[in-house]
Design a binder for this molecule. Structure first.
Ligand code: UDX
Length: 435
């Protein structure tokens, strides 16, 4: 099938590369020429394990092309995916839809024959209706259909999530015409076991937000239980297994940690609250999740200060600063909320990050170091901020760690009983302390 994907961010690029790998002819469009030139050379501008190899393979077999010529790309394909960013707007809450509407206008000017326009961007309920109105200004109703097809892939796991999703959600108000085409496109994935769910367009738009809100709630729930564990000498990991084995609850997304971050959860839960407000509906649980998650970043910062007594002139080294492992993404990383208070209180901060120096860290006072060794051997406290495999397998005995060094493991990477190094004091999340 001939597919055009507009937007080469996480969702657009991963979808484009993997649709090509399924045997389709894909054109990826972006207005960022620099990005397009890199992609043409087979260079992936984001960190996503395995993606570059699949990209190179499909460039070689000419199944994927990159261009900034949106008009031509629209004319050449029957299925047009919109996969542009919907960041938080200036008000700090709503989804900013200007990219989506701009693309809708571009599409409206270039419809030469029947098109299925599939929206993969995360958009509030009713955005499909708005896109339809924009395109109707220049085109007859029978020339196109607008579908919602949210994407649920996680950064760092994007390839697996795209190939083996639990479900594919299609929201359409013209099922008769659009369902068989979308079903055919997704058939290789459906055949591997993904459920193919067909709902109305507005319901599909809400499914994406409700999924993210539920997962964020689940994480926040276990994070609050972890707080209780710390005060009652109980172990949050035992609790997570104890409740997660109940199939009504489920064991995934019950890892306590430093608060959730990233490009989706924080932005999407703010946006769903905003949408609900518009309809005079009070999403009180989700509002509480937002508040609890923000408080958690303060709580973690305060715990660092408490463990060290005072942080003034104390050296604190972070292992990882992105919002989770296997990504180079700093969007809504917890670290960005943790470091300012530490700096203000006079701490001397450094970090090692497997994906390199981070320019999103505004302060020049925070030193980037290029090895785990430099973090382990030169600090009063080591904060394990993300769960990269290379942090899981550190043999502390192989390093010249100063006596009394404190390790604060925000991801519970180590079994407390295995930390036998006498020089270290080990702290983690929701588990009885080492001492
Ligand atoms: C998320 C959704 O999972 C995905 O379906 C959607 O399409 C985009 O948003 P992503 O942001 O890539 O994906 O990462 P995810 O793995 O879901 O983690 C989000 C945050 O929650 C991270 O900060 C992570 O560390 C945290 N998290 C996740 C936990 O603290 N505990 C968990 O058990 C799981």
């Amino acid at each position: 099938m001939k597919i055009t994907i507009i937007g080469t961010g996480y969702v657009g690029l991963v979808s484009g590369v993997l649709f090509a790998d399924l045997g389709n002819d894909v054109i990826c469009v972006d207005n960022d020429n620099k990005k397009i030139n890199l992609l043409k050379k087979g260079i992936v501008p984001i960190y996503e394990p395995g993606l570059e190899e699949i990209l190179k393979k499909n460039i070689k077999s000419k199944r994927i092309k990159f261009t900034s010529n949106i008009s031509e790309a629209i004319k050449l394909s029957k299925i047009i995916f919109i996969a542009v960013g919907t960041p938080t707007a200036k008000d700090g809450i709503s989804a900013d839809l200007k990219n989506v509407y701009k693309v809708a206008k571009d599409i409206s000017k270039n419809i030469n024959n029947y098109k299925i326009i599939v929206n993969k961007s995360t958009v509030p309920i009713g955005t499909g209706d708005e896109v339809e109105k924009i395109i109707l200004r220049k085109n007859k109703k029978n020339k196109f259909d607008i579908i919602s097809n949210p994407e649920f892939l996680r950064e760092g796991e994007a390839i697996r999530d795209f190939k083996y999703p639990d479900r594919i959600v299609i929201g359409s108000n013209n099922l008769k015409k659009t369902k068989p085409i979308l079903e055919k496109l997704y058939l290789p994935i459906i055949n591997k076991g993904a459920k193919f769910l067909v709902v109305s367009r507005r319901s599909s738009e809400l499914i994406k937000y409700a999924s993210n809100a539920f997962l964020a709630t689940k994480i926040t729930f276990i994070n609050e239980i972890a707080n209780l564990c710390e005060s009652t000498n109980t172990n949050v990991e035992d609790i997570a297994i104890g409740i997660g084995t109940d199939q009504r609850i489920g064991s995934r997304f019950l890892r306590a940690g430093p608060a959730f971050g990233g490009s989706c959860f924080p932005k999407d839960i703010r946006a769903i609250v905003k949408t609900a407000n518009k309809f005079s509906v009070d999403l009180s649980i989700i509002k509480t999740v937002i508040k609890s998650n923000e408080n958690r970043k303060k709580l973690i910062t305060d715990k660092i200060i408490k463990i060290l007594g005072s942080v003034r002139r104390k050296r604190i080294g972070f292992l990882g600063v992105t919002f989770k492992a296997n990504t180079d993404d700093m969007r809504d990383s917890q670290f960005l909320k943790i470091y300012p208070k530490l700096l203000k209180r006079g701490a001397l901060l450094s970090y090692y990050e497997p994906t390199g120096k981070k320019y999103e860290i505004k302060s020049s006072k925070i030193k980037f170091v290029s090895s785990i060794k430099q973090i382990l051997e030169n600090n009063d406290m080591i904060v394990i901020h993300t769960e990269w495999d290379e942090f899981r397998s550190i043999n502390f005995s192989n390093f010249n760690i100063k006596k009394g060094t404190k390790i604060f493991d925000l991801r519970n990477l180590y079994k407390i009983k295995n930390i036998s190094n006498k020089k270290i004091r080990y702290y983690s999340i929701g588990r009885p302390n080492y001492e």
